[in-house]
Design a protein around this ligand. Sequence first.
Ligand SMILES: Cc1cc2nc3c(=O)[nH]c(=O)nc-3n(C[C@H](O)[C@H](O)[C@H](O)COP(=O)(O)OP(=O)(O)OC[C@H]3O[C@@H](n4cnc5c(N)ncnc54)[C@H](O)[C@@H]3O)c2cc1C
Length: 411
Amino acid sequence: MRLPEGLDVRVGGPAGEFHASLRESFPECAEAAVRFYREAAEVADALRRAARRAPALAEASRLQILKLAAAAPRLAPRILAARGDAAATHLAGTSARFRHFIDAQLQLYAQVPSDSCAYLYAAVALTEPLRGMYALGGGGQALADALAESIKKSGGTVRLDTTALKLAFDESGRAAGVTLLSGETVGTTRAVVSNLTVWDTYGKLVGADHTPAGLRSRLKQLKGWGAYQIFVSLEEDAAGRLPSDKVLALSDPRGGESFDAESSLFMLGAAPAWDARAPAGRRSATVSAFTDAEQWFSFHSDESEHEEQDARSLEALWARVHAALPELGAGAEVFETATPRTFYEHTRRRLGMVGGVGQSLGAFGANAPTHRTHVPNLLMVGDTVFPGNGVAAVTHSALVAADELAPVRGK
Ligand SMILES: Cc1cc2nc3c(=O)[nH]c(=O)nc-3n(C[C@H](O)[C@H](O)[C@H](O)COP(=O)(O)OP(=O)(O)OC[C@H]3O[C@@H](n4cnc5c(N)ncnc54)[C@H](O)[C@@H]3O)c2cc1C
């Protein structure tokens, strides 16, 4: 992570090294910063163990919670007591600089900063990079290809460019199948699993008529962010001058205490040298920043206004990238951009929102949207349901749904 003053903090590596770099980078609150991470690591390890035993942790029964607590007698009281805490509660004694270092990472992983992020979520998210991060050879496309291949091998069918329009219901209110844009209905014998966002699962598939009013208003309260992205062609030399292939850069445009996701933060991610995904001597890279998705859909009377907003955003973000990462020099070239409208056009996610639901206390733990819906045989997976955003979390959500649909015998 690059701090506003240009200092780099490596978030990774063995605990001892990481703690030493925290002490060096945040001398004004060194011990409090290390204590925060130590406690978070202990809590997170216990939660990871619990999630392995009971993957659907957000819906664990009282009995399951008692059993899980009994398996971690030393930490359980602390974890249970912290269920209603925001991460900021645990940052007492740390400096504003350190809190912004935490805010920036939480914004990326949880979509909300420390004053609203649930502490237990924060503990897991913040310590994940310290356990080691992975890059996929071939990028996200390789994952999609492997998934499609696996579905076919297991006897399934993959249909591309096939829009699911709405659920078909039987007389008892169960899902009987999915009606496609083409008018065809694909029937189900057992269940429908939706990987649309929680907003679209209800707004489109289930439909307002079948969604209880209380749930409709709850969905309106759940917030997500849009992303503004620049696709970059990076010279290998410029990539080599960066402190890491992944840099989360925090600037301080207001020079004050406040953290602002839209103007303070961007992420540069370069493809690894061993999988450059670009012509010789170059690497593909993306710059991603948070943007309020809604404002890309309102106030546009024609397409040229969207283009102007895109051009303004590009100019402002590109200037921030060069100010924060001067070592890029002339070695980075803009290829293309993506706005929430682009995300919407490619994925049909509501308002092109990505990154799931902000992990504030109101959307965490027992309050989290989960794989269960009020339609008995409609299940959800994906980044807007428990446990949250990212390939690993989405995979966990699929495991939860699979456990429910096809429980492993003896479990
Ligand atoms: C800029 C950016 C960078 C990221 N980087 C990382 C990273 O480095 N590591 C990481 O782990 N995660 C990363 N993520 C997060 C990760 O991409 C998401 O968590 C993940 O893709 C969510 O998976 P999903 O299946 O829930 O949703 P999606 O990936 O959006 O998949 C949903 C699919 O359903 C399709 N769909 C929608 N509506 C319909 C319909 N009506 N009919 C048929 N199909 C439909 C969509 O087109 C889409 O293909 C990043 C996200 C962003 C935006």
